[in-house]
Design a protein around this ligand. Sequence first.
Ligand SMILES: Nc1ncnc2c1ncn2[C@@H]1O[C@H](COP(=O)(O)OP(=O)(O)OP(=O)(O)O)[C@@H](O)[C@H]1O
Ligand SMILES: [Mg+2]
Length: 382
Amino acid sequence: MSSYSPIGPVVGIVGAGQLARMSQPPAIALGIELRVLANTPEESAARVIVDTRVGDYRDLDDLREFAKGCAAITFDHEHVPTEHIRALAEAGHAVHPGADALVHAQDKAVMRERLSAIGVPCPAWARVSSPEEATRFAEQHGWPMVLKSVRGGYDGRGVWVCRSAEDVAEAFATGVELLAEAFVPFERELAVLVARSPHGQGVSYPVVETVQQDGICVEVIAPAPGLDPEYSAQAQRIGLKIAHELGVTGLLAVELFDTPNGLVVNELAMRPHNSGHWTIEGSTTSQFEQHLRAVLDLPLGSPKMTAQVVVMANLLGGEEPDLFKRYEHVLAHDPGIKLHFYGKEVRPGRKIGHVTALGSNLDEVRARARHAAVYLTTGEYT
Ligand SMILES: Nc1ncnc2c1ncn2[C@@H]1O[C@H](COP(=O)(O)OP(=O)(O)OP(=O)(O)O)[C@@H](O)[C@H]1O
Ligand SMILES: [Mg+2]
C-alpha cells in the first residue's frame, strides 16, 4: 500500500459489517474510496474493501490513525464511544453523524428524554435502577412492561418483555443499565428513513412496514400496505423533524409503532438500516448512496421508488453452511429476484444476507421474496 494514493475523496467507515460492504457499489460508481476500520480481516466489508485497517474502534489512537486523510468519517455501528467521536471532531475531522446527534442512537434513555422534550410521541418510560422500581413502573402503567438495556442492544438482544416480577428479576440479573417502557399494543411496525446533509437538505423515503420475529426484522414491505397518505406524510414529518432537531447528518432511520391512537416512536438508527435495504434496487437512490452523498455534503438523490411494490426478506442462517449451492434453483425459479449475500459465515439465526423482489402485486411480490428466502436458508419449498 506504500505507493497507493486515493483518487477522489476517502470516506472512512468505522466498522466493517454488511452496511459498510453494501456501501461499496455506490462508492465505486461515484469515484469515492472507502476505508473501513475492521476488527478482523475476515469481516463482511473487509473482504471487499481494499483499504481495510484492522484496529479497535474503542481506542482513540486507532481512530485518530484511521481518520488521517479521510474527507468524512462515518459509522457501520453505534458502538464507538461518544467521547472519541467528539475528540475526532475537535481534531478537525468531519464526523457524520456528530457525537451530539449519534448519542441519541447509542443511548435509549437520552433518546427518550430528547424526543419527549421535542414533542415526538413515545411510550411512557422511566430510567429504573432496581427491580422494585421497575415493578412499581409496571404497577403504574400496567403489565406487560418492556425493559431495555440503555446501551448496546441489537436484534432484540437487550429487550425483555416482562409479565411478572420474575421476568423483571431476570432482566436485572444481566447487570446492565435498564430503562422501563410501557408495552405498546401496536398493530404493526413501520419505519421511515430520512437523510439530512450538513447544509440542511433533507429527503424522506416512503414509509415501510417491518415485520419482526423474535425481535429480529425478517421482512420489509415498501410502501407500507394500505397506509393513509396523510398518516404516511405524518411519519415522514416525524423523521425529518427528528433529523433537524437532533442535527443528524447522514441517514436517520426511525422505527415506529402503528397503534390505534397514532404513531409512537420505538427507536432511532443513524446509518443505513435494515428497513432500507430494499432501496438498493427499489429506489432511484439507494440508502447507501444517499448516506455517502450526505456525509460528503453533496446534494441528495431522489428517493423515488422504481416499482410499485418492493419486498425485502432477510436471510437468517440455518443449518446449511453453504448457501451458494442453493442459488441455482432460486435464480432459475425467479429471474427477477435479487440476492445479497454478506460474506458472513452461516450461524443459526444470524443475518447473512437478504433478497429483494420488485413488482406491482403485493401478494405476488411478497410470495416471491419469501420463496427465495425460505429456500436459501432451509432448502424447503414454499
Ligand atoms: N415498548 C414496546 N412495546 C411493545 N413492543 C416493543 C416495545 N419496545 C420494543 N418492542 C419490540 O421489540 C423489538 C426490538 O426492540 P428495539 O427495536 O428497541 O430493540 P433493538 O434490539 O435495539 O432492535 P434493533 O435490532 O432494531 O436494533 C421491536 O421491534 C418491537 O417488536
Ligand atoms: Mg429496533
